[in-house]
Design a protein around this ligand. Structure first.
Ligand SMILES: Nc1nc2c(ncn2[C@@H]2O[C@H](COP(=O)(O)OP(=O)(O)OP(=O)(O)O)[C@@H](O)[C@H]2O)c(=O)[nH]1
Ligand SMILES: [Mg+2]
Length: 749
């Protein structure tokens, strides 16, 4: 049943745009003709309408634009007015006119409905713009034919990119209709270029993040230029419907409330991507290229939506009244994050940004449940920290190869009508939609992971030591703070064993409070299993220096001083160092420490240090293994646990916000919003159940108590309704207690 018809039921709410809200992002049609463009920028600011475009493509072309926004039988005429071409010399395109109605398949996931009028077709001119400028290319009026029309005004906009100098190849990066209806809201339509099937014509789908596919990687950045604009024409004309063109177009119509900004929210391609070369230079000053490129990444993850449950009844020979047999939808696929020991950078995430698990299959007749959606595994290198992009909350720290976390659990499948059978309702005409899978943007950061950290005062010779024991080439100089960022080196031992050694910036007194450069890197040294403490033998008081650095470590974190460590007395080639060696050694021996002496620069004594450190490392690894066995595996699924918990939120926990100006009441509550999201309005029993739910969980009562008035708007999740004061007798009050209609609550989990 169409939502409009459902609305006629005698309940306090009249539905007017539930489906529109729900479908704000759905897309129908041929994807090949109009592929989402990943690297599209948000639309540029509108050019001043007075400036006439120059240098645009010679040809103005047309596309047919199906606008479907109507109840089934309504007819809408959409009049459109072609623009003045960007090139004033070129002839203006002929006005065209069209009117048609199209009914989309209700079972199709990608169908959409919009609450403004009827389906109609129109032609609008495309591609008459200079590069990268958003143009208003036509204006039109929309009205419903043969009935009192809501009336409205609209215009079409597009942004074009010319791919090469001679203008042969071009790309419509953003083309949409904007129309306003009387309520003062806006509706947007994204339209594809359909004249040819070339892949170079791409429509920017604001939901592209969710629909990404691998091809998108080939997209190139788009440079924005604000060179010119075009003049919109407002002259009226009639559009002609062109039968020749295929009408299997992809298009999106947004709900009136849909916000322009929001449409591009998922697009994290900020200026950096567009002007990669210059952008990075400017941004990354002073940061080594390797650090700024590969140590952070931003990705989008979405768990699969649950499949829909269906309504079906058994129809068999000799079984005259077969019961309900609609199966449940399958669960959506999950998103996992897993540590891959082979990876050592976040570089791959520059290319693939979107990770979407598959949606669950819909239920079928004969009580067959739909299949579960496919899981997706995001592979990250060891040492990856996962945070929410929004707010920077740390979610996971994934250090060891093989670690795996369930990050986003797939949406539950909707129940089919077989699940709604009860003693009082033997022919339930109701089924749920699948639950939406959660989605989020995530920031990944790769932390330094080294087995051994070289610590010590500035200028002690830490980098020199690393340079002689590994192939690393850190900068070495005779002044403090030569090392600004940690250097990593892989040390190979004789017996085919390796360890990763980090040379850290020098530690000063006060480092634990942020003095010097050491603070950031003390955090890194927390991840090392073993420390090598280098002491400058040529210092005035080497033992005092040693104590000071130990104290800094302790003040920063007691766990650091508890780490096994090796003390290395350096610069033994210098006379002042060798003179003080014995005193130093005795002092440390008194504390139970056996120091090593080396001349890093001459590579003397360094092998002993390596072996000593490696021995400690092996012991430490063994210890970690044992304690891990004892403490059991870490629970890495707390993010999905939290999401699952929220899914169980009771429906009667909600808050109501009232906006007096717009007479809007917004009901906010995870439980009730989930209920709304899973309600499938195409089934006749759904509205009844929904109304019962509102009664039972106290939404109606609370609204009445707070003074809701006839005609006020009530919004719950994706559902928007108008409050209707009904005569008492029609109120569905106490329906919970009536016999004929037991309310079945959604099962959470
Ligand atoms: N004579 C002598 N000089 C050394 C030795 N090891 C390092 N040096 C010198 O000490 C100075 C500092 O060396 P680095 O390796 O840069 O010291 P660092 O500890 O990394 O210093 P920061 O990075 O500034 O904390 C350089 O001039 C080195 O040549 C050594 O064994 N003998
Ligand atoms: Mg150094």
């Amino acid at each position: 049943m169409a939502p409009a018809a459902v609305a006629a039921a005698a309940f306090p709410f009249r539905l007017f745009s539930a489906e529109a809200r729900r479908n704000t992002r759905s897309v129908r049609g041929k994807r090949s003709a109009a592929r989402p463009l990943k690297s599209s920028p948000p639309p540029p600011p509108r050019p001043p309408s007075s400036s006439v475009g120059g240098g645009g493509a010679a040809a103005t072309t047309f596309t047919r634009l199906p606008l479907r926004d109507a109840p089934e039988s309504a007819e809408v005429t959409l009049d459109r007015f072609p623009t003045a071409p960007a090139n004033p010399e070129a002839p203006a395109p002929a006005p065209t006119r069209g009117s048609s109605v199209q009914r989309l398949d209700e079972d199709d996931e990608e169908e959409f409905e919009v609450g403004v009028g009827a389906t109609s077709f129109a032609q609008i001119p495309l591609r008459d713009s200079p590069d990268g400028v958003e143009l208003t290319i036509g204006q039109f009026e929309a009205r419903a034919a043969g009935r009192k029309s809501p009336g409205g005004r609209g215009f079409a906009r597009q942004t074009v990119e010319h791919l090469d100098g001679d203008g042969d190849e071009e790309l419509v990066v953003n083309s949409r209709d904007v129309f306003e209806v009387k309520r003062g809201r806006k509706a947007l339509a994204l339209v594809p270029e359909v004249l040819d099937d070339d892949d170079d014509v791409v429509v920017f789908d604001p939901d592209y993040g969710v629909d990404s596919d691998d091809d998108e990687e080939d997209m190139f950045p788009i440079k924005q230029s604000q060179k010119a604009g075009a003049t919109p024409r407002t002259e009226l004309g009639e559009l002609e419907y062109d039968d020749e063109e295929d009408d299997d177009d992809e298009f999106v119509v947004f709900h009136p409330d849909y916000d322009d900004e929001e449409a591009f929210e998922d697009d994290d391609y900020d200026g950096e991507e567009e002007t990669e070369e210059e952008g990075e230079e400017a941004k990354g000053k002073g940061v080594p290229a390797v650090m700024r490129c590969f140590d952070t990444a931003k990705i989008f993850a979405k768990a699969g939506d649950g499949g829909n449950g269906v309504v079906a009844f058994r129809r068999e020979k000799y079984v005259p009244y077969g019961g309900p047999s609609g199966g449940d939808g399958g669960r959506g696929g999950d998103v996992y994050v897993q540590v891959d020991g082979e990876m050592n950078s976040l570089l791959p995430f520059r290319k693939s940004v979107h990770f979407r698990a598959g949606r669950g299959a819909h239920g079928m007749g004969q009580q067959q449940a739909g299949a579960k959606g496919e899981d997706v595994v995001v592979k990250v290198p060891p040492g990856t920290v996962v945070r929410t992009s929004d707010g920077g909350v740390e979610l996971l720290e994934l250090m060891k190869p093989g670690q795996r976390a369930l990050l986003l659990p797939g949406g539950r499948g909707g129940r089919g009508n077989a699940a709604f059978k009860s003693g009082t309702n033997k022919v339930p005409r109701i089924a749920e939609k699948g639950e939406k899978g959660p989605e989020m943007w995530l920031d990944l950061e790769l932390k330094l992971v080294a087995d051994v950290g070289i610590v010590g005062a500035p200028n002690a010779g830490k980098s020199t030591l690393l340079s002689v024991i590994s192939a690393a080439k850190p900068s070495i100089a005779n002044y403090p703070f030569t090392t600004l960022l940690p250097n990593l080196g892989v040390v190979s031992l004789d017996f085919d064993a390796t360890m990763v050694v980090a040379d850290l910036p020098g530690l000063l007194e006060g480092a634990h409070r942020g003095y010097g450069l050491g603070y950031e890197f003390l955090r890194h040294s927390e991840r090392c299993s073993v420390l090598v403490h280098v002491v400058d033998g040529s210092a005035q008081q080497p033992d005092y220096e040693f104590e000071a650095v130990r104290l800094e470590l302790e003040l920063f974190s007691p766990s650091l001083v508890d780490k096994p460590y090796v003390v290395v007395y350096n610069k033994m080639d210098l006379p002042e160092a060798s003179e003080r060696w014995n005193t130093f050694r005795e002092k440390l021996q008194a504390q139970g420490i056996e120091p090593y002496c080396i001349s890093a620069i001459n590579r003397q004594g360094t092998q002993d240090v390596i072996h000593a450190a490696y021995k400690l490392l092996q012991k430490e690894r063994q210890r970690i293994r044992e304690t891990e066995d004892w403490s059991g595996p870490e629970n890495l699924n707390h993010v999905s646990d939290a999401i699952k918990k929220e899914r169980r939120a009771p429906m009667n926990e909600f808050e109501i916000f009232h906006d007096k100006g717009t007479k809007t009441w917004t009901v906010v509550g995870a439980g009730i919003e989930r209920f709304v999201q899973m309600t499938n309005w195409q089934y006749s029993d759904s509205l009844k159940r929904f109304q019962h739910a509102l009664e039972a969980c106290g939404v109606n009562r609370t609204l009445i108590r707070r003074g809701v008035k006839e005609g006020d708007t009530v919004i719950i999740g994706e559902m928007e309704m108008v409050w209707n004061d009904e005569p008492k007798s029609n109120r569905p009050s106490n329906t919970m207690n009536t016999k004929d209609d037991a309310v079945r609550w959604p099962e959470f989990g």
